[in-house]
Design a protein around this ligand. Structure first.
Ligand code: SIN
Length: 280
């Protein structure tokens, strides 16, 4: 028998994010998954507490959002499931099982791709007592808070996103002719495909500048807009509990991980990504 779709919802912040209760993601059927995805599309961020998901359960749920994206960093994916990326500081049998620094610094996932990932899901199996909060900024609220004259100046600007820029930041050496992932240009203001709501789609780490604007002016403007969009009034701070599932919509949010005391605590999280479309 199909599980009931009568889950309950509670806003995480006024107008941003939703917490869903009374749902068991491991046992519910496709109708519930569909209803969860429809709810997610309207809220930017979703939290579902008290879950127990095997890697296959997480993949089944991820599939409800679209096509899962494999992670190219195979040293930290599950051996038999390359779409599950392990975020962890644990050492098992003398081997570091995961990446413990994933995603620190405000960004939206893989914006250096022509088709950046649509959404990201984290499932927590072990979390520190303090630290490691994940912060999510509401880029639609940030856009709506700008005065109309400012919106008119920014709407239509194009941002150059660059995988090379990210590698330079991470101090990864690339040969000068390495063009594995060429730079891409994306609009600074992005309309959400579900309902057309606009987001101030800026980021750090991957950006080289603004098309037609010299640097440092272009990069300074991007820094100014990221600082604006990540003010406390636009940010949901997720404090982790074991069993939490956190999903964010990269089309209308920025996020960052935060550090924790590695000498005191262990963290073990499974992350999946869902393939996205070209921003417009
Ligand atoms: C990420 O950005 O992918 C991970 C963020 C976190 O671990 O809190």
């Amino acid at each position: 028998m199909e599980a009931s779709t009568e889950f309950s919802l509670r806003p995480l912040m006024d107008g941003f994010g939703v917490e869903m209760r009374d749902v068991d993601l491991a046992t519910c059927g496709p109708d519930v998954h569909r209803a969860v995805v429809e709810t997610f599309d309207r809220h930017g961020v979703m939290v579902i507490r008290d879950q127990r998901l095997s890697p296959h359960d997480q993949m089944r749920f991820t599939n409800a959002f679209g096509t899962p994206e494999e992670n190219p960093r195979r040293e930290y994916t599950l051996p038999d499931i390359p779409e599950i990326y392990v975020i962890s500081n644990k050492i098992v049998d003398g081997r570091k099982i995961g990446d413990h620094q994933a995603g620190q610094g405000w960004h939206t996932d893989s914006s250096f791709l022509a088709e950046p990932v649509k959404c990201t899901m984290l499932y927590a199996m072990e979390v520190p007592d303090e630290g490691s909060d994940t912060l999510l900024a509401d880029l639609c609220a940030a856009w709506n808070a700008l005065p109309p004259e400012r919106q008119a100046e920014l709407d239509g600007l194009q941002v150059q996103h660059s995988w090379r820029a990210l590698m330079e930041l991470k101090k990864v050496y690339l040969a000068p002719d390495d063009n594995t992932i060429p730079d891409v240009v994306h609009p600074m203001v992005r309309a959400h495909p579900a309902d057309g709501r606009k987001a101030l789609w800026v980021s750090t780490g991957t950006t080289r500048g603004i098309v037609g604007m010299p640097n440092p002016q272009g990069l300074d403007l991007l820094d100014e807009l990221v600082a604006f969009a990540t003010q406390d009034r636009f940010v949901y701070r997720h404090k982790w509990h074991v069993g939490d599932v956190l999903i964010w919509d990269n089309r209308c949010t920025l996020h960052t991980g935060t550090p924790f005391d590695l000498s005191k605590y262990k963290r073990h999280v499974h992350r999946t990504w869902v393939r996205g479309d070209r921003p417009n």
